[in-house]
Design a protein around this ligand. Structure first.
Ligand code: ADP
Length: 865
């Protein structure tokens, strides 16, 4: 230490307290970084690495960013998951004896950003804290610092913790340093969040009003960790934090993370974009806060019939009130993000333009309330009555600010005349001075006869009289003092001009000072309204989401679902909302789904690409849409309320956790089987596909039987294993349905229509044909198929085999396995069986024609041996 200069010693002392952050050390107009921070930041931010003498024998690596453009660099580091400690000079360098005092004024972390790119309008930015009580019981608290919303809940397994955190998309998790290493590892690996440590400290008095609803000691520990961390890092009063709300995960429909992803509720599987998701389809919200609430509703569908019906009734009324709805939409468009604004008021980073926006937003409220009263629905009227337009605040802002104030709050020009007497005096003085100068220009022009004479101003010389060189000779007799000579003119001053200048500048200085003081005062007054603004924001968001449901439902012709307590599920003319929107809706083939206590499970068969998973997803999406209170894409819908939805759809490798497709498949299956109840909905798409045929089929059958016997959840199970359709004979609550396809001129044409009974064959080769594999290969595959069809059926289902009730769509060939086939005398030997297996395992759609040719060639060679 001793070797370094005092400033570097100061740097090192501060850095020691912020080891896990980049320390932005204010030096004049720059934030500088030193040592390792500098080397690392210069790479990450692509800025030049230099060095500086710090007193030691070696020069110290250094890099820096200008103060005025620091925000963009900070954002970049935060996006990458790092933290940035902002260290400012906390005394005037002119007054300082020795090294200027410096202090960290804020630690910006991924979970605590308040502005900039890291914060998306329609997304919350959550920071969570996790407290582990003992093995497998956890309490989670979280908060969106930008909106002040905070909640807490208790969870009973790491899996649940992961689920909640990924639903919330928490960016940062605060933990006590003694949290088990195993849990830390899982959090890091599975969620890629920033982990931050906070020592458990006693509760502070200041938290009392925030945690009054939280009684469970473990939840209090979690919230306490969170609040201590926020105060330690943000170093300011966080008056906008809302009282922590306690919730339980089973108050809502549970949809685990895998299922949310599979159903593409808020983002698509492939591109991870909102576009193409249910959220994208539904998002007709007009405000940012409504957008965030919509996402929250989709993440947590309701399970309480009364609450669902309340929402549905409001949507219904709004749907029919077409004109009112359009007016509501227009008004909402003018409503600014009140919730985040309240946060920024508390944080102290608003300017007068924000406050004008606040005023304009509030001015919408009285008319909005009146409009809502015109709609005949108790809940909507209650919503209107609860909205407080905060008139006092509107008046204050109206009186205080001019309509178009400058961006900066430190250059005056914000406050309206008549708001403050002393300020008005300074303004007068400044205006009078300026008028005097304008008059002077006129007088001097007349006196000298120089028409181009003008009085200008710059920061260095103040006011001056400017004369072009050509006119200088006309100045004889003037008492002008020469001040500056330019290429084609000269600038002069006079004692009177300077006198006025002093008056004007003093007045301006006073104006700037006083306006800033008044601004801070008004901002403090706005602070007092934060709870009202937050409540208003909640009501406006709710209205926004409901009008959004009405808007989409009308546009896309959705209908109100009926929710019942029975075991019946009836969807007539149902559609997949997103697929329908993406394709021309004229072409979408609607389908029915009918389930009840005799039809708890549907086994869906049909060719690849015929629409099996679309059908299954549409049933799940319909249920979810109904339970968030939206109308549904169907002609008629009567649904039970599902407590949970599980899916196993598609073959997305979980690359992050490094698990294979098949492992993910099995994990998802396990998840459903361990947690589903008879009130749940399970979708299994092609389970068992990731392994060899017999293996896969055996597992699929066992899973179906297990659900049928032990769970009795409503289940849709699609499979390309035709052999499974015979299960209808032995399992009383399982029914076969299939997606129909017909052959026309040897080609398969998908009708996308769901019908009763099992499909007649699997059409795999036809799909290969559609994918335009070489003709020769297709012919050969047909030949092989024909040969195989003459041969054997697998042993697996032999003992159960009864005539199936399949419905044949075409008069095409008999299917491979599902028809009782005369077993030919010549059984394939072991080698042939293996070859058949191999052929069957080929995923033709994934092969290039050349690969397929080669594979076929090898198979044939083996057969000929
Ligand atoms: P499968 O699961 O049987 O392989 P998908 O459900 O993935 O088939 O559907 C394949 C494609 O067929 C979809 O991408 C969609 O374009 C189209 N499709 C599915 N269902 C319908 C339908 N009901 N109406 C029109 N097109 C549909």
């Amino acid at each position: 230490m001793e070797q370094y200069t005092p400033m570097i010693r100061q740097y090192l002392a501060i850095k020691a307290q912020y080891e896990d952050a980049f320390l932005f050390f204010r030096l004049g107009d720059f934030y500088e970084m030193f040592f390792e921070d500098a080397t690392k930041a210069s790479q990450l931010l692509e800025i030049t690495l230099t060095s500086r003498d710090g007193g030691s024998s070696e020069r110290i690596p250094m890099c820096g960013v200008p103060y005025h453009s620091a925000a963009a660099y900070i954002e970049q580091l935060i996006e990458l998951g790092y933290k940035v400690a902002i260290c400012e000079q906390t005394e005037d360098p002119k007054q300082a004896k020795g090294v200027v005092k410096r202090e960290v004024v804020q630690l910006i972390t991924p979970g605590t950003v308040m502005e900039g790119k890291g914060l998306h309008d329609k997304e919350n930015n959550y920071i969570a804290a996790l407290f582990c009580e003992n093995d497998d019981t956890y309490s989670l608290a979280f908060c969106d610092l930008s909106t002040g919303e905070s909640r807490t809940t208790a969870l009973t397994a790491v899996e649940e913790v992961l689920n909640e955190l990924s639903t919330l998309r928490a960016k940062e998790v605060v933990i006590a340093p003694d949290l088990e290493e195993e849990v830390k590892k899982v959090l890091k690996e599975r969620l890629s969040v920033t982990l931050s440590h906070q020592d458990p400290l006693p509760e502070e008095d200041g938290f009392a009003s925030l945690i009054k609803e939280v009684s469970a000691p473990a939840m209090r520990q979690a919230t306490n960790l969170l609040f201590h961390y926020l105060h330690r890092t943000q170093k300011r009063s966080l008056t906008h934090l809302q009282p922590v709300e306690v919730y339980e995960v089973h108050q809502f429909m549970k949809i685990d993370f895998y299922s949310k992803r599979n159903l593409e509720l808020t983002e698509t599987i492939r591109s991870k974009n909102k576009k193409g998701s249910l959220l994208w389809l539904l998002d007709e919200t007009m405000t940012a806060m409504g957008g965030r609430m919509l996402k929250q509703w989709i993440d947590r569908p309701l399970i309480n019939q009364r609450q669902i019906n309340e929402r549905l009734s409001m949507v219904e009324k709004l749907l029919h009130a077409f004109f009112e709805r359009q007016e509501i939409r227009e008004m909402l468009k003018e409503v600014y993000d009140l919730e985040r604004l309240a946060g920024r008021v508390a944080f102290g980073n608003v300017n007068s333009r924000d406050l004008i926006q606040l005023k304009k937003s509030l001015q919408q409220i009285p008319a909005l309330k009146d409009l809502l009263l015109r709609i005949d629905n108790d809940e909507i009227q209650a919503l209107s009555n609860k909205m407080n337009p905060c008139e006092e605040l509107t008046d204050l802002l109206e009186q205080a600010f001019v309509d178009n104030p400058p961006l900066s709050v430190k250059e005056g020009g914000m406050i309206r005349d008549g708001f403050h007497a002393e300020l008005d005096e300074y303004k007068d003085a400044s205006r009078n001075g300026k008028d005097w100068i304008a008059n002077l220009q006129q007088q001097e022009r007349e006196r000298t006869g120089i028409k181009s004479l003008k009085i200008g101003y710059n920061r260095i010389f103040g006011y001056y009289i400017e004369i072009t060189k050509a006119n200088l000779h006309l100045l004889q007799g003037s008492r002008y003092e020469r001040k500056q000579t330019l290429a084609n003119c000269e600038r002069f001053i006079t004692p009177e001009l300077k006198e006025k200048e002093t008056l004007i500048l003093q007045a301006t200085e006073k104006i700037i000072e006083l306006e800033y003081e008044l601004f801070i005062e008004i901002r403090e007054q706005v602070k007092a309204f934060i709870p009202e603004l937050q409540e208003l924001s909640r009501l406006v968001s709710e209205l926004d989401v409901l009008q959004c449901f009405a808007e989409v439902s009308e546009k896309r012709q959705y209908i109100r679902p009926e929710l019942t307590d029975s075991r019946e599920l009836v969807i007539k003319e149902g559609r997949h909302p997103v697929v329908e929107k993406v394709m021309d809706s004229q072409e979408y083939v609607p389908n029915d789904c009918f389930m009840n206590s005799e039809r708890e499970m549907l086994l869906v068969t049909g060719p690849n690409m015929s629409g099996k998973s679309t059908y299954m997803r549409q049933v799940a999406l319909t249920a979810i849409m109904a339970q968030i209170g939206c109308f549904v894409p169907a002609g008629e819908a009567r649904l039970p309320i599902f407590d949970q939805v599980f899916t196993r759809i598609g073959a997305a490798d979980d690359l992050i956790s490094g698990q294979s497709t098949f492992m993910v498949e099995m994990l998802e299956a396990k998840n459903a089987i361990t947690h589903a109840t008879n009130q749940s909905l399970i979708l299994f798409d092609e389970i068992g596909r990731g392994t060899s045929t017999y293996d896969g089929m055996a597992l699929a059958q066992a899973i179906i039987e297990y659900i049928h016997e032990h769970i009795q959840a409503k289940t849709l199970f699609s499979t390309h294993y035709h052999e499974l359709t015979v299960l209808e004979e032995s399992l009383s609550q399982l029914k076969n349905v299939h997606v129909s396809a017909v052959e026309q001129n040897g080609r398969v044409v998908f009708l996308h229509k769901i019908k009763e009974g099992a499909a007649d064959k699997s059409y795999g080769i036809h799909v290969a044909q559609l994918a335009e594999l070489p003709r020769e290969l297709i012919d050969r595959a047909n030949e092989i198929l024909a040969e195989l069809e003459q041969k054997e059926q697998p042993d697996l289902l032999k003992q159960e085999k009864k005539p199936s009730n399949k419905i044949a769509e075409s008069s095409g060939q008999l299917s491979f396995f599902s028809e009782p086939v005369a077993v030919s005398a010549q059984q394939p030997d072991h080698k042939e069986k293996k070859i058949i297996e191999e052929l069957k395992s080929y995923d033709l759609l994934e092969m290039t024609p050349l690969d397929a040719m080669n594979a076929l060639y090898t198979l044939q060679k083996k057969l000929k041996k």
